[in-house]
Structure formats: C-alpha cells, structure tokens
Design a protein around this ligand. Structure first.
Ligand code: UQ1
Length: 455
C-alpha cells in the first residue's frame, strides 16, 4: 500500500480535460501515456484495438488485460455438447492483439475520468486521451451457496460459462444414467442469454441418441417469466420444449447447491414470502449470476446505478465523458450481450470515436443488433437475430424462426473462423452488409429504430 501511495504521489502529474480531449502535462517519464487506451482484450477490446491500431499506428494504443489466453466463448456450448475440443477455444492473448499496440498485462483496478487515467493492480497509472471500456462481465458463481467448491466435489455439476467447468459438461452427460437433469438461468443480465437452454436441447438430443431419454426428467428452472425475449423465437422455442417433453419452471432462482445430498435449492420469485423449493438432481448445469467487473462497478463516476458503463445506447459514447466509449457486455445498452452485438458495436465505436478524435460529433447509430444461434439439437439451430425493439432483424431471406441444418453449420463451422480471422483483426462489422445484399437492399428494418435511452 505504501509503495502504491508513493508511486501515485510520484506520478501524480495533472491532466486537463478539454472538451473531448485529455492532454497529459506530466513530465514524469515512468507514467505511460497513450492516445487510446482499451481496457479489456476480449471480443470488443481486440476488434476495436485492431481498427484503431491501423488508423493511429505504432505506440499510440495500449490494451490492458491480465489474461494469458483469449477465449472464443461461443465455442463452449459446442464443447459441452462434445462437438469441439476446449483447446480450440483459446489462443494466446498476444497473438490476437494488434502487433503495433502495447499490451499491458495487468488488471485495471481504478478509473479517474477527470484526470484521464486508469490505475493497474501493480499501481501503474496509465494516461489516455481517449478510452474504450471493453471489460466484459464478471461471473459470480460464489453468489450461489456451495459454489464454486461443489464443482470439485461433484462430477454431475457443470457449467458451460467458464473454461474450468465447461470441460465437465460432456463427461457428465455421458455418465448420466437417468433421473433429474436440471438447467438453470440466473437473475441479472447475462451474456448469451440463449446458452442456458442451448445445452439443455443438446443434452435432450444426446439422451435420445444414447437411449436414456426415457429415464430422464429434464427441467429448465429459469428466473424469467418467458422462454425468450423475442416473440417470434419464443413461439418456436415453446414448441420445441413441448415437443421434447421438457418441463419449464418459471421464476425459479438457484441459491444453493448441496452436493453431499445432491440437492439444488431455488427461491420462488413469484412468492411474496421468499418460499424455497428443493430439487434432487442427477445432473445440474449451472449458469452463474453475472455483473459488471468489480473495478468498473465501483467506478461510480462512469457507471449507472447497476454498475454498467453509462453510454448513449446509439452512439456508444459515454454520457458524461465524451472521450470515453464503451463496447460489449459491460455497457448499459438494453440488448442481449453477445459477440455478434460486439461486432456490430465495434463499427459504431470506430466511426464515432474517429469523429470525436477529429473534433466532430458522433453520427453512427447502433440499432441494438444482436444474434443468438439457438442450437436445438445435433443438426438443428434457430438463428435468432434482433434489435433494441426485440424485432427480428434476420440476415437470410428465409424464416430463421425454424430449426435448420444450415444455421447449425453456420454456428458450428463458420462463425469461429469469422471470429478469429475477420472479427478480431477488425474486419467484421456484423452481418448488416450481407443482410442488405441478401434482401437486395429492401430491408425495411435497416434504419435504427428510435428506442428511448435507458439508463
Ligand atoms: C456474428 O456476426 C458473430 O460475430 C462473429 C457471432 O459471434 C460468434 C455470431 O454468433 C453470430 C450469429 C453472428 C451473426 C452472423 C450471421 C451470419 C447470422
């Protein structure tokens, strides 16, 4: 702590915010200073850093992220279903960051937006003119009593949401002999809100293929009151759960696991008295509650009351600090948090931050586009795509509400190369171009719908 204080005092030179610009007047050499600092080396951070690295050139950009490995998380449903190897979901962070940016392999722990600095966990102060916050979400397994320890104690508990626990899913499905297979969905916004049910459909199909479906009672215990937030896809999924004999228990929130007794405890969110229900499980797929990462959540000047970066949901520029932009899961935009959303946002951030750098007003507008390839079995996928208004915004001129083999192959075989070779190097702006082309320019939903800003 003393060292940290000394460092801060030594490097405590002033920074002046002028409109959208922040100039360092520091003469202290130790302090690093960049035109653009990107906090987070995930999908949004890498792809925006790549675009700006090309624009600004060497030495102008730093990406702050402690992780040694960058993971393509959309692979994890496929890993849990036994279709892909977890090793293929990760690549060394250095290999996915632009060559001419500095990688500060440390954790951002504090933000001082008035002085344009980010502090890292080893006490370094990084000075920026412009900042992109791309910190993703934090997984809060520890908010469920008994977790994360139960993952080590019980082979039948798994979770596709982390590298350490996704490898338990397929072996648990293989070892399953019958009984209750429970799939959960937590309170709070989560990333890829379709993933909690995708693995359930894959498990159901796997049980059928391996002759154990008759012994399985499959349950989806979700905190929500509907199966999906977009009417068109909710109708398709309601039919899927009915046809596959899956029991959906709405308004159930997992609060505790007892691996010694193989019990999962849920609160009933629709009961006033906080009533609980105890279920015996023979297989349990847990989706953790999530939040903005603690260092961001606690940076009160730049977040809203729920802890997410407070940006204008159309321009993605910060509501109070014009030299700050946000992308991906950590922002307050009211849309489903996915890599497809980050790809589309990347293009918007690039245009609007470039405008800000040139002293102009942001003009590009994000329409809330997001996409969720809802795997509903081996060889089946409903490709959900929608906007802020929860209206379908489909790329292909076919009904994407239907389960399709073509969409399954897009999810399984095509999107990963798109991610590694187009999105991370900053060349994939989402499928809007293809949507326009495939609809021969007749897409009526192309203009962003004006949805009131939510905070
Ligand atoms: C997408 O653009 C994207 O970014 C790379 C994803 O992330 C992996 C997706 O999952 C999806 C579905 C899209 C949207 C693309 C198409 C072709 C529908």
């Amino acid at each position: 702590m003393a060292t940290l204080k000394a460092l801060i005092t030594l490097q405590g030179a002033k920074c002046i915010t002028l409109g959208t610009k922040c100039f360092s007047t520091s003469t202290v050499r130790e302090r690093k200073s960049y035109k653009l600092v990107v906090v987070g080396g995930g999908a949004g951070g890498c792809s925006t850093a790549a675009k700006f690295a090309r624009k600004l050139g060497k030495g102008q950009i730093a990406v702050i992220d402690p992780a040694e490995t960058h993971y393509y998380q959309p692979y994890w449903t496929l890993v849990g279903s036994g279709l892909k190897d977890v090793k293929d979901s990760g690549r060394p962070m250095r290999s996915v960051l632009p060559k001419n940016c500095d990688w500060i392999q440390d954790k951002a722990v504090a933000f001082d937006p008035d002085n344009c600095t980010v502090t890292t966990s080893n006490g370094e102060l990084i000075n920026y003119e412009y900042l992109i916050v791309a910190m993703g979400l934090q997984l809060n397994y520890h908010h469920i009593k008994g977790l994360p320890e139960a993952f080590d104690m019980d082979d039948t508990i798994c979770s596709n949401y982390s590298r350490a626990t996704v490898v338990k899913t397929f072996p648990a499905l293989q070892a399953f002999k019958g009984g209750n297979a429970i799939f959960t969905f937590p309170v709070s916004p989560i990333k890829c809100a379709g993933a909690p049910q995708k693995i359930m459909y894959m498990a159901e199909h796997y049980f059928r293929k391996t002759g154990k479906r008759d012994q399985a009672n499959i349950m989806f215990n979700t905190t929500l009151g509907t199966i999906f937030g977009v009417k068109k896809y909710a109708e398709s999924l309601t039919k899927v759960v009915k046809d596959r004999n899956i029991n959906v228990n709405y308004k159930r929130n997992l609060i505790e696991v007892r691996p010694d007794k193989k019990e999962a405890i849920f609160t009933k969110l629709d009961s006033d008295s906080g009533e609980t229900e105890t279920y015996h499980y023979d297989f349990l797929h847990v989706v953790p509650p999530m939040s903005a990462p603690d260092p961001l959540r606690l940076a009160k000047k730049i977040v809203n009351e729920t802890g997410y970066l407070e940006v204008n949901q159309h321009t993605l520029q910060h509501m109070k600090y014009p030299n700050i932009f946000g992308i991906g899961d950590c922002i307050n935009a009211p849309t489903s948090k996915t890599a497809a959303a980050a790809a589309t946002q990347c293009h918007i951030v690039f245009q609007n931050l470039s405008a800000a750098m040139a002293g102009k007003s942001p003009h590009a507008e994000y329409d809330g586009y997001t996409s969720c390839p809802l795997l509903t079995g081996y060889g089946k996928c409903i490709m959900a795509e929608f906007d802020f208004a929860a209206e379908p915004l489909e790329t292909f001129p076919i009904d994407q509400g239907k389960e399709r083999l073509s969409m399954y192959h897009i999810k399984k075989d095509i999107l990963a190369p798109v991610y590694w070779y187009l999105m991370l190097p900053g060349f994939w702006n989402g499928p809007k171009f293809w949507r326009l082309l495939l609809h021969l320019g007749m897409d009526t939903a192309v203009k962003p719908k004006q949805v009131p800003q939510q905070t």
